[in-house]
Design a protein around this ligand. Structure first.
Ligand code: TYM
Length: 318
């Protein structure tokens, strides 16, 4: 087994991937894989997705799309263990063990739970327990870094707390304390309405949309004429151009929002086009996806089976 520190991240196969997922997390992940400094795991978080997506056809389709997307943005399955959460049952087994050492008031402080309560939603038990399954996802691999967007920060803090709590109760140092890896500039990519870009807010720019769809979304970015420049357009533009370049473009086209949006649509399209091309090509060869996931699950389980054995020894059931 390699001695390199472990990097792990996950993503739910729900909804179309958007540029918030890409610039906020996936792009950094691929750069880190390529650096060769880490032993890398990427997980399709299908059991997490089940909390909100309860449709077998959609689960199959979106799982495949997610793997294709990672390959299109540059993931090489030789460098990364790419697997599905449901193929590695030790994650859910460990989540149960964590449930037993975690209190309800502690989980009630989680942002996702509090948001759902604030919206008067009926919360399923899976959503309430979400942070425990995510802690298990991370801790079972002795993960050091977790590259994600800012919205996942609290989940990683919960994973750290849980590792410390387990180590303390069972008097060992079985779990490594993970750290989030969040790029400050893109920690929260805004959507077309200026709020955080999110599948659940319907304010996204999809990562693999056609040129026409992309233009349509860019044209519907909400602008207001009170400021110096249209901030919502500028903030998205900053993802693909330097601030220096943007400053001259925005002063040259001051007050001309339609022109600025046209330039943004062109720039985004130029940036995304090569990835879209690769994505569409993989789409016609999707048999390889099952092989990638199968081999990923085997490699992941080689780690998790051993770790769960140690955990079982520590808690006294083995
Ligand atoms: P998910 O599927 O909601 O999002 C995947 C990744 O995209 C990032 N992201 C953003 N980053 C910046 N700006 C945005 N507007 C934006 N929208 C999404 C997210 O921060 C995330 O990095 N709980 C996780 C999945 C997960 C996981 C894990 C992650 C399950 N187990 C273990 C890391 C480690 C989630 O729901 O991500």
């Amino acid at each position: 087994m390699s001695k390199k520190p472990v990097l792990l991240s996950g993503i739910k196969p729900t909804g179309d991937l958007h540029i918030g997922n890409y610039f906020g997390a996936m792009r950094q992940q691929v750069e880190l894989f390529k650096s060769g400094k880490y032993q890398c795991f990427i997980m399709v978080a299908d059991y997490h997705a089940l909390n909100t997506m309860q449709n077998a056809e959609e689960m199959h389709r979106r799982t495949k799309e997610l793997v294709m997307a990672y390959i299109a943005i540059g993931l090489d399955p030789k460098d990364v263990v790419l697997f599905k959460q449901s193929d590695v049952p030790e994650h859910t087994e460990l989540a149960w063990i964590f449930d037993t050492i975690t209190t309800m008031p502690y989980l009630m402080r989680a942002h996702a739970y509090k948001d759902a309560v604030a919206k008067n939603k009926e919360i399923n038990v899976g959503t309430f327990n979400y942070p425990m399954l995510m802690a298990a996802d991370i801790l079972i691999y002795d993960t050091s870094i977790v590259p994600v967007g800012a919205d996942q920060k609290q989940h990683i803090e919960i994973a750290r707390d849980t590792a410390q709590k387990f180590n303390h109760i069972f008097k060992n140092d079985l779990f490594t304390l993970p750290k989030p890896y969040i790029m400050p500039d893109v920690a929260t990519v805004p959507g077309i309405d200026g709020k955080k870009m999110s599948k659940s807010y319907g304010n996204v720019i999809p990562l693999f949309s056609s040129r026409e769809e992309l233009t349509k979304r860019v044209m519907s970015i909400v602008t207001d004429s009170s400021g110096e420049r249209p901030e919502n357009v500028y903030k998205i533009h900053k993802l693909v151009r330097s601030e220096q370049e943007l400053d001259s473009i925005y002063s040259e086209h001051k007050g001309k929002y339609k022109e600025l949006k046209d330039i943004l649509a062109d720039d985004l399209n130029n940036y995304l086009e090569p990835m879209r091309g690769r994505y569409n090509k993989i789409e016609s060869e999707h048999e390889i996806i099952n092989d990638i996931l199968k081999s990923g699950a085997e490699k992941a389980r080689a780690v998790t089976k051993e770790k769960i054995r140690l955990v079982k020894q520590a808690i006294g059931v083995l």
